[in-house]
Design a protein around this ligand. Structure first.
Ligand SMILES: Cc1cc2nc3c(=O)[nH]c(=O)nc-3n(C[C@H](O)[C@H](O)[C@H](O)COP(=O)(O)O)c2cc1C
Length: 399
C-alpha cells in the first residue's frame, strides 16, 4: 500500500514522494520573465521536500496572462529564467514542472493584492487601460462576475489554430529550459475551461455545441504539444470538471473528455473546478479534499492516474487519500505558500522514521547526527519527544 512518502513513477520520471507544489500565479514578472524571486521561492519548496514543483500558469501568448505582471513562455528570451528554475529545482532533488495556459476571458486583471474594488479581488481593467487588453474567448460572452464586464473577442477558427501552435511553441521552449513534466491548464474559467463550458461556449461550429465539439480545443492542443513534447516525459492536464451550475460543465461530460484525452496521449488528470461562473450551487470551499471523490471516479472509470488539490493540507488527510488509493498525487497550493517545508512537517506529524530523508544529504547528516537537544534544532517536534529531552544531553564535539 503506498503512502504520502512512496515514490511515484510516470513515464520515465520518478517522483520521490506524492507531494506536489500546485501551480500558483505570483504576479511578480516583468515582460513575463522569471528571475531571482522565482528561483528563491521555487528552489525553497524543492529544498523543503516537495517532489514535483510547479511555478505558475505560464501564458502561451502575452494576452494569455492574468495581469501584465504574470509570467509566460511565449518568447525565446524567456527561456533563460525558466532554465534557472529547472536547474535549482533539480539540484534540490525535485522534478521541475510547467503549467501552460491561456486566461481567455479572465485576463486583463489587476493583481488581487493590489485591487481596490469592493470585492477586493479579480478586478478587470478595461481594454484601453495601459495594463489592460481585449480578452479572447470561444464566444463574445464576458465572464460577468467580479466586474468582468468588458466586451470579449470571439476567436475565429484560424485564431484557435494559432493558439494551438502557440501551445506547441511554448512546449518546445519548456523542453529547452529543462522541464520534465508538462500540464495543460484547462480549469478555473480560463480558455480551456471556457471552451468546455456551455456557460461560456455558445459556438455553433466544430468547437461548440456537443460535448465532442466542446472538447475539440483541448484535444487539438494536446496533439500539438505531444508532437514536440517527448513520450518519455509526462503530459498531464488540470480539468475544470464541474461548474457546480445546472447550465455549466457537468462532471459526466468530464469523464468523457478525460477518456478522449487519454486516447490522445494524456498521462494523468488533475481534477479541479470549472469556475466559469460566480453563481455556484453549494460551493464546497470549507470541505476537506472536496475534489477527491470526483478524481477517484476518473481514476476508476477512465483508468488513468489522477491528482487533486483543495483542502488537503492536513498531513493525515493527504496521507489517507494516498493510502486508500483514492488519488495518486496530492497537489498543495496554500500549504506550499505558507510552509516551504510542509513535506518535512508532514513526515514529523505522521511519525515517519526518518523525516530528514526529504532534505539534501548534507543538511540531513547534521540534522540526524547532531541532535543533542533534539527539540531545539528548529524542526517541528512531537510533544513526546520534547518531554523525553527535558534535560539537555551533553554536547558532541563539532568536527
Ligand atoms: C495565490 C494562488 C495562485 C494560484 N494560481 C494558480 C495557477 O496559476 N494555476 C492553477 O491551476 N491554479 C492556481 N491556483 C490554485 C491552486 O493551484 C490550488 O489548486 C488551490 O489553491 C487549491 O489547493 P489548496 O487547498 O491546497 O490551496 C492558485 C492558488 C493560489 C492560492
Amino acid at each position: 500500500m503506498p503512502d504520502l512518502f512512496s515514490p511515484f513513477t510516470l513515464k520515465d520520471i520518478t517522483l520521490r514522494n506524492r507531494i506536489v507544489m500546485s501551480p500558483m500565479t505570483m504576479y511578480n514578472s516583468v515582460d513575463g520573465k522569471l528571475d531571482d524571486y522565482h528561483v528563491s521561492y521555487l528552489g525553497a519548496r524543492a529544498a523543503g521536500g516537495f517532489a514535483l514543483v510547479f511555478g505558475e500558469q505560464m501564458a502561451i501568448t502575452p494576452d494569455g496572462r492574468t495581469t501584465t505582471s504574470c509570467a509566460g513562455l511565449w518568447s525565446d528570451d524567456q527561456i533563460e529564467g525558466h532554465a534557472r528554475i529547472c536547474a535549482i529545482v533539480k539540484r534540490m532533488g525535485a522534478v521541475p514542472a510547467i503549467q501552460l495556459g491561456h486566461t481567455g476571458r479572465k485576463g486583463s486583471e489587476v493583481p488581487p493584492h493590489k485591487a481596490t474594488n469592493a470585492e477586493g479581488t479579480w478586478k478587470q481593467l478595461p481594454p484601453d487601460d495601459l495594463d489592460g487588453w481585449t480578452c479572447v474567448a470561444p464566444s463574445a460572452v464576458p465572464y460577468g462576475g467580479g466586474g468582468h464586464i468588458y466586451p470579449v473577442h470571439e476567436l475565429s477558427v484560424d485564431e484557435i489554430k494559432g493558439l494551438h501552435r502557440a501551445y506547441a511553441d511554448a512546449a518546445r521552449r519548456a523542453l529547452d529550459a529543462g522541464y520534465e513534466w508538462l500540464e495543460m491548464h484547462y480549469a478555473h474559467g480560463y480558455l480551456g475551461a471556457s471552451f468546455f463550458s456551455p456557460l461560456a461556449n455558445r459556438r455553433t461550429d466544430a468547437y461548440g455545441g456537443s460535448v465532442e465539439n466542446r472538447m475539440r480545443f483541448h484535444l487539438e492542443a494536446l496533439d500539438a504539444v505531444r508532437e514536440v513534447w517527448p513520450e518519455k516525459y509526462p503530459l498531464t492536464m488540470r480539468l475544470g470538471c464541474d461548474d457546480l451550475h445546472p447550465d455549466g460543465t457537468q462532471f459526466e461530460d468530464s469523464l468523457l473528455a478525460v477518456r478522449a484525452m487519454k486516447d490522445h496521449g494524456l498521462d494523468l488528470a488533475d481534477l479541479s473546478l470549472g469556475f466559469n461562473t460566480d453563481e455556484m450551487t453549494n460551493p464546497p470551499f470549507g470541505e476537506v479534499g472536496f475534489m477527491v471523490g470526483r478524481a477517484n471516479r476518473v481514476r476508476r472509470e477512465v483508468g488513468i492516474p489522477v491528482a487533486a488539490s483543495w483542502n488537503l493540507g492536513v498531513p493525515q488527510n493527504a496521507d489517507r487519500v494516498i493510502r486508500e488509493e483514492l488519488i495518486d498525487l496530492v497537489f498543495l497550493g496554500r500549504p506550499a505558500l505558507s510552509n516551504p517545508h510542509w513535506p518535512i512537517w508532514a513526515a514529523m506529524e505522521l511519525g515517519h522514521n526518518d523525516p530528514f530523508h526529504l532534505v539534501q544529504d548534507d543538511w540531513a547528516w547534521w540534522l540526524r547526527n547532531f541532535r543533542g537537544h533534539a527539540p531545539s534544532i528548529g524542526w517541528p517536534t512531537a510533544a513526546a519527544e520534547v518531554a523525553a529531552h527535558e534535560r539537555p544531553a551533553p554536547q558532541r564535539r563539532v568536527a
